[in-house]
Design a protein around this ligand. Structure first.
Ligand code: AMP
Length: 505
């Protein structure tokens, strides 16, 4: 794998690979520690090549373990600590790992060997010979399996291969600073593929990954103190994180004088944010990119020009990067003709992954191989095209983005229905401008609970946290005596949204 090769190359220089609070790791140390983990996996797992589940957040060891897994020829499954143990256990059950690394908070049951932070620390400190190159993941080997929200209430696994990642890295390179080195923001969770902009591209460019963890983002003073000392040259994040920062006047060029570029991905980039950044960081370019996990991080990109900002159209998601072929398709599977005609976006090419883990039924619905042999993926995104630029226009299903996180409404509903006394749940997104601001849940109870709305909401949210990560828990929880139905006899969510707006649920 190209990134692992580059890691070896930079390991011969004094370059710093990772800064994480007070800790920092040189490329040499990162290379050695990941070799140590690879050696441990080889010794303890033998021929068992099942993926290594890593549960945690931004621990320094997380990066060492995931690279070690790859050097031992194993995939990894990153699960962020925001995912409650119950859901993490369901993810682990899908991939039947031999080894689970638990940086704290998971405590899984079952047959897997569980390594806690202390055990991992000891393994990473061992001297080990370099992992043999012929044993590294390569070609069609799976590198990671990311679990995203699934409409059945069970997260679905998206495996991505080494070839998929090589294609992504090659295609995105023209959007990176020309010179090697520099410092890239490392804020996105490992369990979200946009983190690959730092991990896969950053490390193959000799960049320093500057870690920002959740704890830091809770307090502006800590966050800006950290950013101020970062020397960041490339900002890679979801727009949501930059929106959070922009709320403070301190977030401007003076704080990050070396910053040359904002690279956004994962959700709608608004005019408001582009305008704010143009004013606060007049010398940094802003690049919007787009892509689903299933097609490896991102497949389009465009630098946002002043003209695009002035234009009343939405901010474009860009043109296809090298290697990606895009098609806009109508309901009958025909390509839509002409400028501005909306269609479902299909992505074709080497970055399209093999399908859903252990789910041939879902794979068949969303993936295909076209007559020329190219792998294709139906994104479910409605887009149109003008002058070669693509514009995102929404979804054709109930998937949405909440603060940058991908959420299937049905996933939230299914998990709310697991709560005691809940007979049925319907969840509606509440829009704030161009983005979903929060979720509201309407619940039909099995029997009256005698609680005040406030007490009930607090209790339900607490119970929901057993099954759902915080960002998926509806902000508003309301009880209905019956659901309004539409002409098809289904719950009329438009009516629920209308009642919510009027304050008459
Ligand atoms: P994920 O798999 O979490 O990366 O989410 C992929 C989905 O996020 C896409 O299918 C889109 O619906 C949405 N998305 C990603 N990038 C953008 C963007 N730049 N603008 C609008 N929506 C986006």
């Amino acid at each position: 794998m190209f990134m692992l090769e580059k890691l070896k190359e930079y390991a011969r220089t004094p370059a710093v690979a990772l800064v994480n609070g007070e800790e920092s790791l040189s490329y040499r140390e990162l290379d050695a520690r990941s070799d140590a983990f690879a050696a441990w996996l080889r010794e303890n797992c033998g021929e068992d090549r099942s993926p290594v589940v890593i549960y945690g957040e931004k621990e320094t060891g997380f990066l060492c373990c995931l690279l070690g897994a790859l050097k031992s020829g194993r995939a990894y499954v990153p699960v962020d600590r925001a995912v409650p143990p119950d859901r993490a256990a369901r993810i682990a059950a899908e991939v039947s790992p031999r080894v689970i690394v638990d940086f704290g908070g998971f405590a899984p049951e079952g047959d897997a060997l569980v390594l806690d932070a202390g055990a991992v620390g000891e393994i990473l400190a061992q001297d080990a010979p370099p992992a043999p190159r012929e044993g590294w993941v390569s070609g069609e080997d799976v590198v990671y399996i990311l679990f995203t929200s699934g409409s059945t209430g069970q997260p679905k696994g998206v495996p991505i291969t080494a070839d998929n990642l090589e294609s992504f890295c090659r295609g995105v390179l023209p959007w990176y600073p020309r010179e090697e080195g520099g410092v890239v923001l490392h804020q996105i969770s490992y369990s979200f593929d946009v983190s690959g902009c730092a991990v896969y591209v950053g490390l193959s460019r000799g960049m320093t990954l500057f870690t920002v963890d959740k704890e830091m983002t809770r307090e502006y003073s800590r966050l800006f103190e950290a950013l101020g000392s970062s020397g960041l040259t490339l900002w890679a994040s979801t727009p949501s994180f930059a929106e959070l920062c922009v709320q403070s006047e301190r977030f401007r060029e003076e704080l990050l004088p070396e910053l040359g570029e904002f690279l956004f991905c994962g959700e709608v980039l608004t005019h408001t944010l582009c305008d704010a950044l143009a004013e606060r960081f007049p010398r940094a370019r802003v690049v919007n990119t787009y892509g689903p996990t299933e097609a490896t991080v991102l497949v389009t990109a465009a630098e946002i020009t002043p003209e695009m900002r002035r234009n009343s159209r939405s901010i474009p998601i860009g043109r296809p990067i090298e290697g990606a072929l895009l098609r806009l398709v109508d309901g009958e599977g025909r390509e839509v003709p002409g400028e501005d005609a909306p269609g479902e976006l299909h992505i074709l090419g080497p970055s399209v992954g093999p399908g859903y883990f252990g789910r041939p039924d879902l794979t068949e619905k969303a993936f295909y191989t076209d007559p020329s042999g190219l792998r294709g993926y139906r994104t479910g995104d409605l887009c149109c095209r003008r002058d070669g630029l693509y514009y995102y226009q929404g979804r054709i299903d109930n998937q949405l983005k909440l603060s940058g996180f991908r959420v299937e409404v049905e996933d939230v509903e299914q998990n709310l229905q697991k709560l005691p006394n809940v007979a049925r749940a319907a969840v509606v997104p509440v829009w704030e401008g161009e983005k979903v601001g929060y979720l509201a849940a309407f619940l039909l109870l099995q029997e009256p609970d005698g609680l005040t709305p406030l007490k009930r909401a607090i209790r339900m949210k607490k119970e929901a946290a057993r099954f759902l990560p915080g960002y998926m828990i509806p902000r508003k929880i309301l009880v209905v005596e019956s659901f309004p139905l539409n002409v098809n006899g289904k719950i009329d969510k438009k009516e629920l949204a209308r009642r919510l707006e009027e304050g008459t649920p």
